[in-house]
Write a protein that binds this ligand. Structure first.
Ligand SMILES: *Cc1c(COP(=O)(O)O)cnc(C)c1O
Length: 354
């Protein structure tokens, strides 16, 4: 392979090189048989892949047999509607960014969505402190990590209603603490693998809530009853998610990842705080360990900063259009060396232009 770039893209995002290499083999052949793109989802080769991915994800998330583990399609965005359709559309939402806003909007279309708190007034630079939660809500919805604004919950709120979490951009970045939740979902393309599959962990008692009138494909019970093989699943995406899960286990699991991610994020925030040239978007104490958002205090320097980064093989650093500036997404698969290379570049750039 030619020299690998350090890819700071928010998603689809960088994958471990070991996983890419193994997936190349899987494209050619699975255990001497046909390749993963070409075999039946009902055949023995794929069945082994499917079961292996589920078993590894259960081990990494702590999902025991109280939980259904589903591989679904339609992205996290489809879960914005599946959650209220299955659990009841009387949800409490904590709106901490663009994705949370979109989830709230879907529930509003379906029923009685209630805004429990929002940090929109301050440019989504923090997680709101106090929440207006209703005891009779069907669920409380939070977004554990706000990919666009770069904030992250430190501790989940205590709730009476089941807690539902969009964990698309920080799932398996550390221990999940599944006990606190009723349902967790995540599009795979940030921290779990390639685009095309969405992981849903849902308590069995909540699966049963959906009305019988719910269209078949939208009901969790359909997919739970058939182990995510009701219809053709996104076989390749699930295969690669399984390889990423194996890689995570080889790295020491989610505890080891948490320590590594904490150290990576700290180095980057230290570099931002050390130079007047850079200004972080998120408030201290609310900063994400996955998506580090920052501005150059002189915005005219943003374009040269990004161009210089690209020349060094540091790519995908442009901020989301709604925030501007820069964003370094440093998910599990971003090696510490990538963060070190970015920090070195930031220091040099500050020395030259600061
Ligand atoms: C990317 C993202 C989404 C959207 O995911 P899709 O799979 O594209 O629908 C939703 N929520 C969060 C937190 C995200 O980061």
């Amino acid at each position: 392979m030619s020299e690998r770039l350090f890819n700071f893209s928010a998603g689809p995002a960088t994958l471990p090189p070991e996983v890419i290499e193994e997936a190349r083999e899987g494209l050619r052949s699975l255990g001497g048989g046909v390749g993963v793109l070409e075999c039946s989802h009902r055949g023995p080769e794929y069945s082994a892949v499917h079961e292996d991915a589920e078993a590894r994800l259960r081990a990494l998330t702590g999902a025991d047999d109280e939980w259904e583990l589903l591989f679904l399609q339609g992205g996290a965005s489809t879960q914005f509607l599946c959650v209220p359709m299955n659990l009841g559309a009387n949800g409490d939402y904590v709106v901490t960014g663009t994705w949370a806003q979109s989830a709230f909007a879907e529930c509003e279309k379906l029923g009685a969505a209630h805004l429990a708190a929002s940090s929109e007034e301050t440019g989504f630079d923090r997680i709101p402190g106090s929440l207006d939660l209703r005891d009779d809500a069907d669920f409380v919805h939070v977004t554990s990590n706000n990919t666009i604004y770069g904030t992250q919950w430190r501790e989940m709120p205590a709730t009476t209603a089941p807690l539902v979490c969009d964990a698309s951009s920080d799932i398996l970045s550390g221990p999940l603490g599944l006990d606190r939740f009723g349902l967790v979902y995540a599009g795979a393309q940030k921290n779990l693998g390639p685009a095309g599959v969405t992981l849903v962990l849902v308590r069995k008692e909540l699966v049963a809530r959906a009305p019988a009138s719910l269209p078949t494909m939208l009901a969790y019970r359909t997919h739970a009853a058939k182990k995510s093989l009701f219809n053709t699943p996104p076989t390749f995406s699930i295969y690669v998610v399984g390889l990423v899960a194996k890689w995570l286990q080889d790295q020491g699991g989610v505890e080891a990842m948490a320590a590594r991610n904490e150290a990576k994020a700290q180095r980057l925030y230290d570099a931002i705080d050390a130079h007047d040239l850079y200004r972080g978007h998120a408030q201290a104490g609310h900063r994400s360990r996955m998506n580090v958002t920052f501005h150059l205090t002189d915005d005219a320097l943003t374009a040269p900063f990004l161009a210089g980064a690209t020349r060094r093989g540091l790519v995908g650093l442009k901020g989301h259009r709604s925030v501007g500036g820069c964003r370094a997404s440093i998910y599990n698969a971003m090696p510490p060396e990538g963060v070190d290379a970015l920090v070195a570049y930031m220091q040099e750039f500050a020395a030259e232009r600061g």
